[in-house]
Structures are given as C-alpha cells and as structure tokens.
Design a protein around this ligand. Sequence first.
Ligand SMILES: Cc1ncc(COP(=O)(O)O)c(C=O)c1O
Length: 394
Amino acid sequence: MFEALTALPPDAILKLIGEHRNDPREHKVDLGVGVYRDVHGKTPILSAVKKAERHILDHQQTKAYTGSAGDPVFNETMQDLIFGIDSSASGRITTLQTPGGSGSLRVAAGLILRAKPDATLWVSDPTWNNHVPLLGGAGVRLDTYPYYDAHKKCLRIDALLKTLNKIPSGDLVLLHGCCHNPTGVDPSSDQWRQIADIIVDRGLLPFIDIAYQGLAKGIDEDVQPIRMMAGRVPEMVVSSSCSKNFGLYRDRVGALSILSSDPSSSKIVYSQASQIVRTIYSVPPDHGAAVVSHILRNTELRAEWAAELGDMRDRLKLVRTMLVDALQEHAPAHDFSHIGKANGMFSYLGVSPEQVTRLKSDFGIYMEGFGRINVAGITEQNVAYLAESIARVL
Ligand SMILES: Cc1ncc(COP(=O)(O)O)c(C=O)c1O
C-alpha cells in the first residue's frame, strides 16, 4: 500500500532548525524558529509554571479521562482571560480546551464545515505559514485579503478595508488578535474599529486567532480588539494558544471559544464542537491546561506569571530597538524603523530571498526564506555582528 506514496520535502522551518544545529560556526545566529529566547538564547520554563507543576504533582488525584471539551474550570478561566470577567457576551460564549492553538484551529475548521460548508474564510496576505495548510487541508475554502505593504513596510489598511467591503455576507475573516505572524504589524485601535464597522455592516463572521496574548502591549490590552468585537457582533470564533505566553509549547495548551447569537445556540455549538473533538483526538491533553488553570486561579502565581510575561514583552521591545540602532549605524542609507514599531516576536526584515540565502551561507544567520526574523534570537552579544552582516548583503 505505501509504495503509492512519495517522500515529501522536509518542512521548511524544521529543515532550517537542522541546518542551524549542524552549522559549526560559533557566531551563528538563529532567527528562524518561532519560540521565545531569553538573554542567554534559551527558551526557559517559567518559574510560575514550575511552581504550578509541583503543586499538580503533589495534589492531582487521578489521570482518568476528561471530557472532549477538557476541564470546565480551565475553559471558564481562559474565557475570562480573553473576554474579561464581566463580559456582557459571557452567556453566549462556549469554550473548549484544545491541544494548542493548532488544535483549536482544526476544531474550528470542522465546525465551519458543518455549519456553513460553502463559506469562504479570508486570511491575511501574508499569514502564519500553517494557516493555509491547516485550515485549507481540513477542507475550508480559503481566500486572501491584502495585509502587508512590503515596500512601505506597513499595514495596507486601505486595500484591506476595500477588500473586506467586497466579501460576501456570511463569509469569515481570520484576523490575528495581536503580534501578527509573520509581519509583527497590527492594526491600531482606530483601524480595528474600522475593520469591525465593515464586519458588522456586511454581516461577516470574525475569526480571531490569538497566539501571543500579553506579548504586544499587555495581557488585557492585547485582547481589547476581541472584547470590542464581541460587544458588536452576534457570532465570532476565537482560537487561542498558551504556547508562547506560558512557554508551554510542547505541552499543547489552547482553547476554542465561540460566541453565538443566543445561549441556546451556544449549547448546540458546544455539542457539535465536542463531537468533532471526539472524532479527531477524543480528549485534549491535561497537564499543560492544569498548569495554566492553577496559575490563573492563584493570586500569587498569576502575578508572578504576569511579571514574567512582562519581562518577555520588554525584552522583545528592547532587542527590536537594539537591532534598529545597530542597523542605523551599519547601514545608515536604509530605513529599518519598521522593526522597532512592530509587536511580538516577528518582523519581516525587508531583504530579498537571495539576501536571506547569503546571510545563511556567508554569515551563519538563519531566518525563514522570505525574510521573517524572530527578534527573540537577538542578544547584546550578536546584535552588532547581525547588523554588520545584514549591511554587507544589502
Ligand atoms: C498565528 C498563530 N496561530 C496559531 C499558532 C499555533 O500555536 P500552537 O503551537 O499553540 O499550536 C501559532 C504558532 O506559531 C501562530 O503563530
């Protein structure tokens, strides 16, 4: 049977990780894979996470199955984190624990296919490189709306609004809640309001993917667009991930929240989503979600987590400034100020694929082929070398 299959090329980012690992050059720099790194270049386990894990180890009573929607306490806690504890929409929101943001997106895809198989989901151009394979691969019809102006290095807000204005009523629009991956460019509050105006006017369904809550401006600040939208639309889908903001990447923690037009349709959506889960992975993994739930419900640990997340956010801002300053020194004829204005871990550097290849082969600097950099790979030790190398390929 398997002789009918042919080998696929390795996943681009996994290939890049391997190439970086095997590169013997001491001064090599990894700006590829999308994980946070501290000043030592490590992806640490948060202290709040360690403490919560110890608590769980000592107090957990059983490893029996949870339901397909996971732990109801985790779900309620995540709903509060995203929509706010006093959200007026709360009776209409249902939340399911999922294996990471990716699991959430996959269940949402199943729900879209059941509810409205002919609807198109509009994704930003560009978007996270797994959105199209994951959602399109599940069978959802996809199209794109313009997002990033590679020449001016900013949001194409006029083109974006113009396209939204043409999308047929009932279609879905996938928006990144904050820290847009891969560009780091987010709409301003005013732009979010303009987007919401069109979504409301045209009867579109917002689908917000938030994988970086707390890494742009703050834990509550980063979900303001979601809360604003929830107050204005009858229906909405929100996929969230705890991979980055809790550093729980491999433990697979995420949530799918669906806002329905009334509490009774919310119950129907919950039953459908639970059944979709049953047919894919049956129940979500527990450990990481138990950690998140314990942290968020314990006043001291929650404060400790918020402080640790704040440190990550501050470091991302600092390394952005460091790189912009160093590039200003080494390549004064070029404008890299967009890197300093972007949010979260990613930016488009603004170099060609050929320059990306040269940075790798000649200087041991690794980034995705289209020039997306993870700024978390920048340190005080490598920033001058990085800027000098970039200047040499320009
Ligand atoms: C925009 C976006 N959505 C979803 C995810 C998925 O995250 P997870 O690792 O929790 O599946 C990512 C991860 O990089 C992402 O950048």
